[in-house]
Design a protein around this ligand. Sequence first.
Ligand SMILES: C[S@@+](CC[C@H](N)C(=O)[O-])C[C@H]1O[C@@H](n2cnc3c(N)ncnc32)[C@H](O)[C@@H]1O
Length: 280
Amino acid sequence: MQGLTEKEFREIRELAYRSFGLDLRPGKEALVNARLARRVQELGLGSLSEYVEAVKADRTGEELERLINALTTNHTSFLREPQHFALLRETVLPPLRGRGGVRIWSAGCSTGEEPYTILFTAADVLGAERIGALELLATDISTRVLDTAKAGIYPRERLEGLPPGWAQRFFQKGEGRWEGSVRVKREWRARVEFRRLNLMQDFSHLPRFRVIFCRNVMIYFDKPTQERLVARFTDRLEPGGWFLIGHSEGLMGVRHELDYVKPAVYRKPSRSALGGGRSV
Ligand SMILES: C[S@@+](CC[C@H](N)C(=O)[O-])C[C@H]1O[C@@H](n2cnc3c(N)ncnc32)[C@H](O)[C@@H]1O
């Protein structure tokens, strides 16, 4: 396939922005071309314009999903950006020990390492008898990553650097053809509700959460999209609830109603602070 034309880039850009908020700035032409050329070929199409038409015509939404998978990364790991899990362990969870219905949402959970790390941290803090109080929702736009997350199977090396005892407590070792892999034990997998959700679509039907993780997802969105999304996340937080983003992200230039706590950590003002002075 030839390099993509200005018109083709514009078409892909509009489609990606409209469908999943992806902000493909001018300058990303080579990336788009490199990532989509193979798919265009596989489908036996002659150009990216034809590909855009094929995506639009596909009522199953599968091709659209392939498109987002091609243009974004699903990179993640257990205990990624460990400061957030230290915050959960030391500050967020201990006061909730006596409470029922502690809801946490991992939005843009990719292959599951993030929600499982949340779960294992909560199991440490709440203990086996109170872990039932945790309601953990994990969502992503991509069914491909969600399938991996639900299966909970990972190469054994991914466990390196995890707290002592986690491997034994939460994972089973693969044998035979699964040698070299580990799997999150069934009873722990069952504690996470994995669901497909495009963050560009309405989620006001969800309950309110104590903590929302949306890390390394908004990097793909432009400021107006981020602003609208942060407002919708804020609406889904309990008063005093926590909003966690990736450390390489920031809400600079995004208007929001959250209190800044420290890098990558924000908090919804508690009820008593609403209307009056703000406190963290
Ligand atoms: C880089 S991964 C981040 C995974 C994890 N949160 C972390 O920080 O390790 C970004 C994820 O965001 C998802 N994503 C991108 N756009 C999305 C959208 N509009 N709605 C829901 N998920 C989206 C991608 O499918 C991908 O799995």
